[in-house]
Design a binder for this molecule. Structure first.
Ligand SMILES: CC(C)(COP(=O)(O)OP(=O)(O)OC[C@H]1O[C@@H](n2cnc3c(N)ncnc32)[C@H](O)[C@@H]1OP(=O)(O)O)[C@@H](O)C(=O)NCCC(=O)NCCS
Length: 171
């Protein structure tokens, strides 16, 4: 008997939210280590820094039925000076990329949440391979720079863009 290969099962329901539970923060930290230390090799051992003491972590939680399953995406936001916010450490677990706009949804919630808290400027250092993704979400490049030996775009979100619905992709 020959069995056809079948695709790996992945939960199809996700919640994008502030990390309010201890396990959500713990799993978000583990996902960051997985992506930025093991996969990308940007940091050794741990990627936490001083910003984590003041940053607000956001997460994507996958669900199985009504039960939360796993943290499959994360980003953090912080206010560096009054009205000036930054997003950083955006990561989606490898097997969940490009399937449900999870990265885009995290960026959207990050900017909306800061905007609701009085943000007047929202910045990020974006790895160059992701600049197109951000441009599609109405960010623009201020400067191309190198950080930790890698090319980055210093980018700013367009806060004038509508925040009530997910942005439509530009052509
Ligand atoms: C960057 C990242 C968060 C994107 O997450 P994601 O969930 O795959 O993003 P989305 O599904 O919302 O992407 C939306 C669209 O942009 C595309 N896209 C995703 N990453 C892209 C990239 N690097 N460049 C151009 N387009 C990209 C997707 O294909 C998708 O297009 P589609 O709707 O036609 O399929 C994820 O790839 C990741 O974690 N990468 C490793 C860590 C990293 O680079 N972090 C960012 C540091 S700046």
């Amino acid at each position: 008997m020959i069995f056809d290969p079948f695709p790996v099962f992945l939960p199809a329901e996700y919640r994008v939210k502030f990390a309010t539970q201890t396990w959500e923060r713990r799993e978000a930290a583990a996902l960051r280590r997985q992506v930025f230390c093991e996969e990308q090799g940007i940091f050794t051992g741990d990627d936490r820094d001083d910003v984590d003491a003041i940053a607000i972590p956001l997460v994507v939680i996958s669900s199985l039925g009504v039960a939360p399953h796993d943290v499959v995406g994360t980003v953090r936001i912080h206010e560096a000076e009054p009205g000036v916010w930054w997003g950083s450490r955006l990561a989606v677990a490898c097997e969940y990329r490009c399937i449900a706009a999870l990265g885009s949804s995290l960026i959207h919630l990050a900017v909306c949440s800061a905007h609701a808290r009085g943000c007047r400027r929202f910045y990020a250092h974006v790895q160059s391979q992701n600049a197109l993704l951000f441009r599609r979400l109405h960010w623009h490049t201020i400067e191309e720079i190198e950080l930790r030996g890698r090319p980055h775009h210093f980018m700013q979100a367009d806060l004038a863009y509508g925040f009530l619905s997910l942005p439509k992709r530009a052509a």
